[in-house]
Design a protein around this ligand. Sequence first.
Ligand SMILES: [Zn+2]
Ligand SMILES: [Zn+2]
Length: 140
Amino acid sequence: MPSPLSVSGSCRCGAVQFQAQLVHEKVVNCHCRTCQKISGSAFIAYMIADPQHYHLVAGTEARQHYQSSSDVQRPFCGTCSSSLPIVDTGIQQVFIPASLIDQGLEALSPQVALHMFMAENPRWHEVGDTAAQFAQFPKT
Ligand SMILES: [Zn+2]
Ligand SMILES: [Zn+2]
């Protein structure tokens, strides 16, 4: 039986497809400048998987990478430019842009659990929920 936290997703054009098992139902909103630039918005909402349970099903050849900092590579679809899941091998987490997920969330209760990099949040965006806010990356 598949895990209740199993999800599948894709980029806008469908060239890149993936399957993952989330570690929980929490949504993490990253308000860092890079996420702002890449999305053109105030933040990117991510859901978290662990690297062992994240698999690309299609689109290896469509995937391109942008090295946004010394330790973070941001993959994107070379055809439609969708931001793709970021595999952080350092902290063993995959940051899946929540909007890429097509199936699996309907049975869950995803909720925004925290906001990170609020020090970089644009002045025009006011957070409208009571989830915890962290100036940088939360230290656990
Ligand atoms: Zn695409
Ligand atoms: Zn970010």
